[in-house]
Design a protein around this ligand. Structure first.
Ligand SMILES: *[C@@H]1O[C@H](CO)[C@@H](O)[C@H](O)[C@H]1NC(C)=O
Ligand SMILES: *[C@@H]1O[C@H](CO)[C@@H](O)[C@H](O)[C@H]1NC(C)=O
Length: 176
Protein backbone atom coordinates (compact mmCIF):
# COMPACT_ATOMS: atom_id res chain seq x y z
CA UNK A 1 0.00 0.00 0.00
CA UNK A 2 2.70 2.47 1.03
CA UNK A 3 4.73 1.44 -2.01
CA UNK A 4 1.99 2.25 -4.55
CA UNK A 5 1.44 5.60 -2.88
CA UNK A 6 5.12 6.33 -3.43
CA UNK A 7 5.01 5.47 -7.12
CA UNK A 8 1.89 7.63 -7.51
CA UNK A 9 3.88 10.58 -6.14
CA UNK A 10 6.70 9.90 -8.60
CA UNK A 11 4.12 9.71 -11.40
CA UNK A 12 2.80 13.16 -10.52
CA UNK A 13 6.29 14.63 -10.32
CA UNK A 14 6.87 13.20 -13.81
CA UNK A 15 3.70 14.93 -15.11
CA UNK A 16 4.80 18.28 -13.64
CA UNK A 17 8.27 17.88 -15.19
CA UNK A 18 6.91 17.14 -18.68
CA UNK A 19 4.38 20.01 -18.41
CA UNK A 20 7.32 22.30 -17.68
CA UNK A 21 8.97 21.16 -20.88
CA UNK A 22 5.88 22.07 -22.89
CA UNK A 23 6.65 25.74 -22.19
CA UNK A 24 9.90 25.32 -24.07
CA UNK A 25 12.34 25.72 -21.18
CA UNK A 26 15.53 23.81 -21.71
CA UNK A 27 18.59 23.76 -19.54
CA UNK A 28 19.39 26.66 -17.24
CA UNK A 29 22.60 28.37 -18.34
CA UNK A 30 24.95 31.10 -17.18
CA UNK A 31 25.58 34.00 -19.55
CA UNK A 32 28.18 36.70 -19.14
CA UNK A 33 27.76 40.14 -20.70
CA UNK A 34 30.23 42.98 -20.59
CA UNK A 35 29.04 46.48 -21.40
CA UNK A 36 29.34 50.16 -20.56
CA UNK A 37 26.64 52.31 -18.98
CA UNK A 38 26.77 56.02 -19.76
CA UNK A 39 25.39 58.35 -17.13
CA UNK A 40 25.14 61.74 -18.83
CA UNK A 41 24.09 64.46 -16.40
CA UNK A 42 25.33 67.50 -18.36
CA UNK A 43 24.78 69.04 -21.78
CA UNK A 44 21.68 69.35 -23.97
CA UNK A 45 20.63 65.72 -23.83
CA UNK A 46 21.18 64.41 -20.31
CA UNK A 47 20.10 60.83 -19.66
CA UNK A 48 20.08 61.35 -15.91
CA UNK A 49 17.64 63.68 -14.16
CA UNK A 50 17.60 64.63 -10.50
CA UNK A 51 13.95 64.17 -9.58
CA UNK A 52 14.23 64.71 -5.82
CA UNK A 53 16.51 67.47 -4.53
CA UNK A 54 17.49 67.66 -0.88
CA UNK A 55 19.47 70.48 0.72
CA UNK A 56 23.06 69.36 1.20
CA UNK A 57 24.79 69.86 4.54
CA UNK A 58 28.10 68.40 3.33
CA UNK A 59 28.49 69.67 -0.21
CA UNK A 60 27.69 66.14 -1.28
CA UNK A 61 26.55 65.62 -4.87
CA UNK A 62 23.93 63.16 -3.66
CA UNK A 63 22.87 64.01 -0.11
CA UNK A 64 20.62 61.51 1.68
CA UNK A 65 17.18 61.46 0.03
CA UNK A 66 18.27 62.59 -3.45
CA UNK A 67 16.73 60.60 -6.30
CA UNK A 68 17.83 60.39 -9.93
CA UNK A 69 15.91 58.91 -12.85
CA UNK A 70 18.07 57.45 -15.59
CA UNK A 71 17.59 56.45 -19.19
CA UNK A 72 21.23 55.68 -19.86
CA UNK A 73 22.76 54.31 -23.03
CA UNK A 74 24.39 50.86 -22.89
CA UNK A 75 27.22 50.27 -25.34
CA UNK A 76 29.65 47.54 -26.21
CA UNK A 77 32.75 49.75 -25.96
CA UNK A 78 33.76 52.42 -23.48
CA UNK A 79 32.79 55.32 -25.78
CA UNK A 80 29.23 56.54 -26.07
CA UNK A 81 29.65 56.36 -29.85
CA UNK A 82 30.55 52.66 -29.82
CA UNK A 83 28.07 49.89 -30.71
CA UNK A 84 24.67 50.49 -29.11
CA UNK A 85 23.30 47.61 -27.01
CA UNK A 86 20.31 49.02 -25.18
CA UNK A 87 19.20 51.22 -22.31
CA UNK A 88 19.63 51.26 -18.55
CA UNK A 89 16.38 52.65 -17.19
CA UNK A 90 15.55 53.21 -13.56
CA UNK A 91 16.21 54.91 -10.29
CA UNK A 92 19.24 55.76 -8.19
CA UNK A 93 18.29 56.95 -4.73
CA UNK A 94 20.66 58.19 -2.04
CA UNK A 95 19.78 55.82 0.77
CA UNK A 96 22.76 56.13 3.15
CA UNK A 97 23.14 58.97 5.66
CA UNK A 98 26.83 58.75 6.44
CA UNK A 99 28.32 57.86 3.07
CA UNK A 100 27.35 57.77 -0.59
CA UNK A 101 25.29 54.59 -0.84
CA UNK A 102 22.66 54.47 -3.53
CA UNK A 103 19.67 52.19 -3.86
CA UNK A 104 19.71 51.15 -7.52
CA UNK A 105 16.53 49.86 -9.12
CA UNK A 106 17.19 49.50 -12.81
CA UNK A 107 16.14 47.56 -15.88
CA UNK A 108 18.68 46.84 -18.57
CA UNK A 109 16.66 46.69 -21.77
CA UNK A 110 18.52 45.04 -24.64
CA UNK A 111 17.64 46.52 -28.02
CA UNK A 112 19.92 44.72 -30.45
CA UNK A 113 20.61 41.26 -31.77
CA UNK A 114 19.36 38.04 -30.21
CA UNK A 115 18.38 39.69 -26.91
CA UNK A 116 16.43 42.57 -28.49
CA UNK A 117 13.28 43.01 -26.38
CA UNK A 118 14.63 41.08 -23.39
CA UNK A 119 15.30 42.77 -20.06
CA UNK A 120 17.04 42.09 -16.79
CA UNK A 121 16.08 43.77 -13.53
CA UNK A 122 18.74 44.88 -11.06
CA UNK A 123 18.03 45.78 -7.45
CA UNK A 124 20.90 46.49 -5.10
CA UNK A 125 23.18 48.80 -3.18
CA UNK A 126 25.54 50.94 -5.21
CA UNK A 127 28.29 52.65 -3.21
CA UNK A 128 29.50 54.55 -6.28
CA UNK A 129 32.92 55.43 -4.88
CA UNK A 130 33.84 51.78 -4.18
CA UNK A 131 36.07 50.08 -6.72
CA UNK A 132 33.63 47.22 -7.37
CA UNK A 133 29.93 47.27 -6.56
CA UNK A 134 28.00 44.04 -6.70
CA UNK A 135 24.25 44.06 -7.14
CA UNK A 136 21.75 41.23 -7.55
CA UNK A 137 19.75 40.49 -10.67
CA UNK A 138 16.27 39.81 -9.35
CA UNK A 139 14.48 38.81 -12.54
CA UNK A 140 14.07 39.30 -16.25
CA UNK A 141 11.79 39.02 -19.25
CA UNK A 142 11.67 37.17 -22.59
CA UNK A 143 15.03 35.37 -23.01
CA UNK A 144 15.80 36.24 -19.37
CA UNK A 145 12.66 34.75 -17.82
CA UNK A 146 13.41 33.30 -14.38
CA UNK A 147 16.69 35.26 -14.37
CA UNK A 148 18.85 35.42 -11.29
CA UNK A 149 22.46 36.43 -10.86
CA UNK A 150 24.57 39.46 -10.15
CA UNK A 151 26.30 42.39 -11.77
CA UNK A 152 29.65 43.93 -10.93
CA UNK A 153 29.98 47.64 -11.64
CA UNK A 154 33.30 49.45 -11.95
CA UNK A 155 33.62 53.17 -12.64
CA UNK A 156 35.56 53.62 -15.86
CA UNK A 157 35.38 57.40 -16.03
CA UNK A 158 33.90 60.05 -13.73
CA UNK A 159 33.91 63.80 -14.25
CA UNK A 160 33.30 65.46 -10.89
CA UNK A 161 32.53 68.82 -12.53
CA UNK A 162 29.85 67.69 -14.97
CA UNK A 163 28.72 64.62 -13.01
CA UNK A 164 29.04 62.49 -16.16
CA UNK A 165 30.14 58.92 -15.56
CA UNK A 166 30.91 55.82 -17.59
CA UNK A 167 30.54 52.59 -15.68
CA UNK A 168 31.71 49.18 -16.80
CA UNK A 169 29.26 46.34 -16.08
CA UNK A 170 29.95 42.65 -15.90
CA UNK A 171 26.65 40.80 -15.88
CA UNK A 172 26.43 37.18 -14.77
CA UNK A 173 22.93 35.85 -15.31
CA UNK A 174 21.39 32.40 -14.96
CA UNK A 175 18.47 31.91 -17.34
CA UNK A 176 16.95 29.32 -19.67
C1 LIG B 1 27.55 64.84 6.66
O1 LIG B 1 27.62 65.60 7.82
C2 LIG B 1 27.19 64.92 8.97
C3 LIG B 1 27.17 65.92 10.13
O2 LIG B 1 28.38 66.59 10.26
C4 LIG B 1 28.12 63.74 9.22
O3 LIG B 1 27.70 63.02 10.35
C5 LIG B 1 28.08 62.83 8.02
O4 LIG B 1 29.00 61.77 8.16
C6 LIG B 1 28.39 63.59 6.75
N1 LIG B 1 28.14 62.75 5.59
C7 LIG B 1 29.02 62.56 4.62
C8 LIG B 1 28.55 61.74 3.49
O5 LIG B 1 30.13 63.05 4.64
C1 LIG C 1 14.44 45.41 -32.01
O1 LIG C 1 13.09 45.05 -31.93
C2 LIG C 1 12.20 46.12 -32.26
C3 LIG C 1 10.79 45.66 -31.96
O2 LIG C 1 10.52 44.43 -32.55
C4 LIG C 1 12.42 46.52 -33.71
O3 LIG C 1 11.57 47.59 -34.05
C5 LIG C 1 13.86 46.94 -33.90
O4 LIG C 1 14.13 47.21 -35.24
C6 LIG C 1 14.80 45.84 -33.41
N1 LIG C 1 16.16 46.37 -33.43
C7 LIG C 1 17.20 45.69 -33.94
C8 LIG C 1 18.49 46.41 -33.95
O5 LIG C 1 17.08 44.57 -34.39
Amino acid sequence: MAKSHHSLTIFFIFIVATTGNKHGYKKEKLSHFHLYWHDVASGKNPTSAKIVTVPSRNNSAAPFGTVFMNDNTLTEGSELSSKFIGRGQGLLASAAQNEIGLLMVMNFAFETGKYNGSTISILGRNTIFSKVREMPIVGGSELFRFARGYVQARTYKFDLLSGDATVEYDIYVMHF
